[in-house]
Design a binder for this molecule. Structure first.
Ligand SMILES: NC(=O)c1ccc[n+]([C@@H]2O[C@H](COP(=O)([O-])OP(=O)(O)OC[C@H]3O[C@@H](n4cnc5c(N)ncnc54)[C@H](OP(=O)(O)O)[C@@H]3O)[C@@H](O)[C@H]2O)c1
Length: 285
């Protein structure tokens, strides 16, 4: 209780000072579709970013060039972690164990990962609902403060739905076990153009996982049936999406029931998403 109070006091003082005065550099472990979208949003909001992927710094040159002086490629993970005020881990869940628990001790780590099981990839504890995917990440990074965020918006709309004006902003859910970390992350998210709702602990984060009412669809335009692939693509990429208010987002989370089998299925996403995913993956930085 006393610790919660202390955490809240610290968070309030950081909020008062302004997160952008306290948090200047965001380290990315994973810079694919979601990582690139977030790097663009954070640079646009005035933060520095340090980017890492599995192929090494050279492969990130085009993105670094696009982002300008606020972005650099990390030479190694340890250095990125020590130079960053907060870490985002937009990795395939299969690879979460590459996150170095000792080096990340004490850090806030934003977890964007989702469980999409395949014939070759299953995690028994997730299939059996023993843990949520973010609890698994927290168990691995036992001394870090995990905040689940950005996981429920498709990569294209994560960038295009962000709005500066408060009235036009849509709402994304966050979850975590550390109140202080959640407040910091919520403030950061506001700076890049979203409202947030706190959906509770990592245990409760199944309420926003793949297949739930607040997952993906509220952030993407509806694509009518019977139109050509070209028309669908145009709508998918260009049509503005109606923002979700905080109360609408809360309603979507509240009406969630747990469904089995657990995990997302790529084949259930709209074709326009799949083809954009394939197209962007092909010309990946
Ligand atoms: N795509 C979406 O619309 C979306 C939306 C919300 C949440 N998510 C979730 O966010 C996570 C990332 O998704 P994504 O679509 O951005 O995936 P992605 O495009 O495949 O990017 C994954 C990134 O992780 C990097 N990576 C993989 N292994 C690594 C390692 N050992 N060390 C350092 N970096 C490593 C990859 O490096 P390389 O670039 O060198 O391959 C790549 O940069 C997933 O868990 C996904 O479920 C995705």
């Amino acid at each position: 209780m006393a610790q919660d109070k202390k955490a809240l006091t610290e968070a309030n003082s950081i909020n008062k000072k302004g997160v952008s005065e306290t948090i200047k550099t965001i380290g990315f472990i994973g810079t694919g579709l979601i990582g690139s979208a977030l790097a663009r949003l954070f640079v646009r909001a005035g933060f520095n970013v340090i980017l890492n992927n599995s192929r090494g710094p050279k492969s990130l040159n085009p993105l670094i060039e696009e982002l300008g002086l606020s972005a650099k490629a990390g030479s190694n993970l340890d250095k990125t972690i020590s130079e960053s005020d907060i870490i985002i881990a937009p990795l395939p869940l299969e690879h979460y164990k590459i996150l170095p628990a000792d080096k990340l001790a004490g850090k806030i780590v934003i977890d964007t990962m989702n469980y999409y099981p395949t014939d070759d990839f299953h995690i028994k504890e997730l299939d059996e609902a023993k843990y949520t995917s973010s609890e698994l990440v927290q168990l691995h990074l036992k001394d870090s403060k995990i905040v689940k965020a950005f996981h429920n918006v498709g990569f294209h709309h994560l960038f295009s739905d962000a709005r500066q004006s408060e009235q036009e902003r849509t709402t994304i859910p966050i979850a975590g076990d550390d109140e202080y970390a959640k407040q910091i992350v919520a403030t950061l998210i506001t700076e890049i153009g979203y409202n947030t709702i706190d959906t509770g602990s990592l245990k409760e984060s199944w309420r926003t996982e793949p297949g739930t009412p607040i997952y993906y669809y509220p952030y993407a335009p509806e694509i009518p049936k019977g139109i050509s692939d070209e028309e669908a693509r145009e709508i998918y990429l260009k049509q503005k999406v109606h923002p979700i208010s905080t109360s609408e987002a809360q309603k979507l989370v509240n009406q969630t029931t747990r469904k089995f089998p657990i995990g997302g299925r790529m084949d259930l996403l709209p074709d326009a998403h799949i083809s954009a995913f394939i197209e962007f993956t092909k010309k990946r930085f």
